[in-house]
Design a protein around this ligand. Structure first.
Ligand code: SF4
Ligand code: SF4
Length: 324
């Protein structure tokens, strides 16, 4: 009993709880971000610039205000209150915010009666997030779930991510890190200390193609994948399958061989490979916020089209899911 009291005092006193970070969302009852029922915390900010990204709100590591075009009636109350004259109109109901002028005062959000101005990103303390996460502890326990940090990219805010993971672990909550793996090893390792499962993205095995599609080459990412596996931390490999970009037989074969080697050399550390086929609605969010989607909107994959890719991975002895 005395030990329990000591541990509780330790939880209440830990300084990490007061750390702040910026998130875009806390999603309850998430079923696609690791095992069981989970709460997924989306941290804002990402160092990659994937051409097919469908979460533009997660890219930058600071709060932003965006017009939600389909709600706008064109009343122009936002223009009247904006202190920096940042708002202009491309069409009568299509406001545009000049980011170089916007000071994120949020007056346009407050004055708009139609929810046509929204804030991307909220500054919160670790304590605030963990208080939300802990509410579903019973569901995690019964389903084998827990908390997942996603983004954006959680490692873009490493101290905040580490503090969240530590506080969740001290509450005996299973933790998963959903990462693109692009970070200094010391940074990644500091978060891994409190991580039970890593959801690791692999986008392309060719360094130059990786740079073309994401803005960075892949050497650091592949080396970090090897180092995580060597620590024997369970991993799920997540592969976005993108039409005409990384879905060639050659790239999928190289990816499967890389993942199989990680698994074989590290005591079956790979739990599963999640294939995440490009979604035809990925660009819809851009349209809603008046942004140009830099990736052409295609029809997406049919189930039978994925079969040959699945076979490449199962042929290496790996278990595969589609959609995560
Ligand atoms: S964003 Fe809101 S306040 Fe501004 S014009 Fe549209 S409806 Fe009116
Ligand atoms: S947040 Fe403030 S500065 Fe930015 S567009 Fe709205 S009213 Fe103008």
């Amino acid at each position: 009993m005395q030990k329990e009291v000591q541990e509780k005092q330790q939880v209440e006193a830990i300084p990490e709880e007061q750390q702040t970070g910026i998130i875009t969302n806390i999603q309850l009852f998430s079923l696609n971000d690791g095992p069981g029922i989970r709460t997924t915390v989306f941290l804002k900010g990402c160092r990659l610039d994937c051409k097919w990204c469908h979460n533009p709100e997660g890219n930058r590591r600071y709060p932003e205000v965006y017009p939600f075009i389909s709600n706008c009636t064109g009343c122009k109350k936002c223009v009247e209150v904006c202190p920096t004259e940042a708002i202009t109109f491309l069409e009568p109901t299509r406001p545009k915010i000049d980011k170089s002028k916007c000071i994120v005062c949020m007056q346009c959000i407050e004055v708009c009666s139609y929810d046509a101005m929204v804030l991307w990103g909220e500054i919160v303390t670790v304590k605030q997030v963990i208080e939300e996460v802990v509410k579903d502890k019973l569901f995690y326990k019964n389903s084998g779930g827990g908390m997942t940090l996603s983004g954006g990219e959680p490692l873009a805010q490493p101290e905040f991510a580490r503090a969240l993971m530590k506080c969740a672990k001290l509450q005996e909550i299973h933790t998963a890190l959903d990462t693109c793996g692009y970070a200094k090893w010391e940074v990644l390792e500091s978060v891994l200390e409190w991580t039970d499962l890593v959801l690791f993205d692999l986008k392309h095995m060719d360094a130059q193609a990786h740079k073309e599609y994401t803005g960075v080459t892949n050497e650091v990412i592949l080396e970090n994948a090897r180092r995580i596996a060597a620590k024997k931390i369970p991993m799920r490999i997540r592969i976005p399958v993108i039409t005409g970009r990384n879905d060639t037989v050659e790239n999928m074969r190289l990816t499967a061989e890389f993942v199989a080697a990680l698994d074989q050399e590290n005591e079956n550390v790979i739990q599963i490979v999640d294939l995440l086929p490009y979604h035809p609605y990925a660009g819809a969010k851009y349209v809603q916020f008046g942004l140009e989607y830099p990736f052409p909107i295609g029809e997406g994959y049919k189930e039978e089209e994925l079969e040959s890719i699945i076979e490449i991975f199962t042929g290496q002895g790996l278990d595969v899911t589609v959609g995560g």
